[in-house]
Design a protein around this ligand. Structure first.
Ligand SMILES: *Cc1c(COP(=O)(O)O)cnc(C)c1O
Length: 362
């Protein structure tokens, strides 16, 4: 019996993608072995690798100016690798601070070079309940790049209009909302996302990079850390995480089969509206701290009247077949992560559970 999985990451995967992996596990396309036992230089793996890239290119409409990269080390490694590549001595980068992950990205940047906080929405108690407005950005027109976190997994906020940054290259950590809807990737010089939230299993990170931007990256850093090395070698410079990329291929094929990113967006909006609708309807019981215009369609955070009720909510939801609802360890409360693999029906089940919980405890 599969549970309804609201885990924040690693998160649930679409069932058809897992079933396909099960079918192909022992004997990949008549080759007598699993995909993870194949050489990364062999034709079987190469076709999977290139299919994942072409599916992603098709789904996102990635233009010729940009290239897909498969990298390792997660988003956390990109926090360091982005400034290593794009922040030469004498330059400065702008960071827009919207949560824990942007803080971590900024902390790495200042170890490598110069970085400024060009906006922050942090509250005196260190929480964040919204992303900045355009008129709050104090951008340096000469910045090497501007870094944003498109969706703040922990605080449940999301950018719904990209910041206007002029001619400065825009860099985005999209780990927790990559592929949640169609996205104009040409706005970004470099975007990156760990697969394990909205796309696949842990172990691989996807970047979509403007070719001329990475070509200009620093050359006085070790080869393995240069994005240009991976770009020049179609992400096969060293052994990539073949099984993780294979599973991403299955998820991308599923996404295409159900109708592409437009369909995923319709489902994601419906899910978000169902959940926020229930929170607003029972605002006296459920407290949703995020400001309306910044509400995330991927991570919905709320609190019950007491921490004891939060705990009961999580425990009873688990009995009803729903897992992963406990809020981030330093935040408490509840967090429902409703990534692409969570269905509208799954969210309906949660909403009726919430309704019943208010009736019993409200
Ligand atoms: C989960 C997450 C990260 C960290 O990803 P790792 O793969 O653990 O390095 C970074 N940024 C965001 C927005 C995340 O949601």
């Amino acid at each position: 019996m599969r549970v309804i999985n609201f885990n924040p990451g690693p998160a649930g995967l679409p069932l058809p993608a897992l079933e396909r992996a099960r079918e192909e596990l022992l004997d990949f396309q008549g080759s007598g072995m699993s995909i993870m036992e194949h050489s990364h230089r062999g034709k079987e793996y190469e076709s999977v690798h290139n299919e994942a890239i072409s599916l992603l290119t098709e789904l996102l409409g990635i233009p010729d100016t940009h290239q897909v990269l498969f990298l390792t080390g997660g988003a956390s490694q990109q926090f360091a690798q982005v400034p290593m590549n794009f922040l030469p001595p004498g330059a400065s980068a702008d960071y827009l601070m919207t949560g824990v992950w942007s803080e971590k990205a900024y902390d790495e940047a200042v170890l490598v070079g110069q970085a400024r906080i060009a906006a922050t929405t942090v509250l005196p108690d260190k929480r964040y309940v919204r992303v900045p407005r355009q008129d709050e950005l104090q951008l340096d027109p000469k910045a090497a790049y501007v870094h944003i976190t498109s969706n703040n997994t922990i605080y449940g906020t999301q950018w719904h209009r990209w910041p206007e940054v002029g001619d400065v290259p825009l860099v985005a950590d999209m780990s927790s909302d990559f592929l949640w809807k169609p996205t104009d990737v040409s706005r970004f010089a470099f975007l990156y996302a760990g697969a394990q939230k909205n796309l696949g299993p842990s172990g691989v990170l996807i970047a979509v990079a403007r070719k001329d931007f990475i070509a200009r990256g620093r050359k006085d850093i070790p080869k393995i850390f240069r994005y240009s090395t991976h770009a020049e070698n179609n992400s096969l410079y060293n052994t990539p995480p073949t099984l993780a990329i294979y599973l991403c291929r299955n998820v991308l094929a599923w996404a295409r089969q159900v109708g592409g990113l437009g369909q995923l967006e319709r489902w994601n909006r419906e899910k978000g509206e169902l959940l926020y609708g229930a929170l607003d309807k029972h605002a006296g019981f459920y407290h949703a701290p995020v400001e309306r215009e910044s509400r995330s369609y991927m991570n919905v955070v709320f609190k019950l009247p007491t921490p004891e009720l939060d705990d009961q909510f999580v425990a009873q939801a688990k009995k009803a077949g729903m897992v992963g609802l406990k809020g981030y360890r330093t935040m408490g409360g509840i967090r429902a992560s409703i990534y692409n693999a969570v269905t509208v029906d799954n969210v309906r089940v949660l909403v009726s559970f919430m309704e019943e919980f208010v009736r019993k405890n409200g």
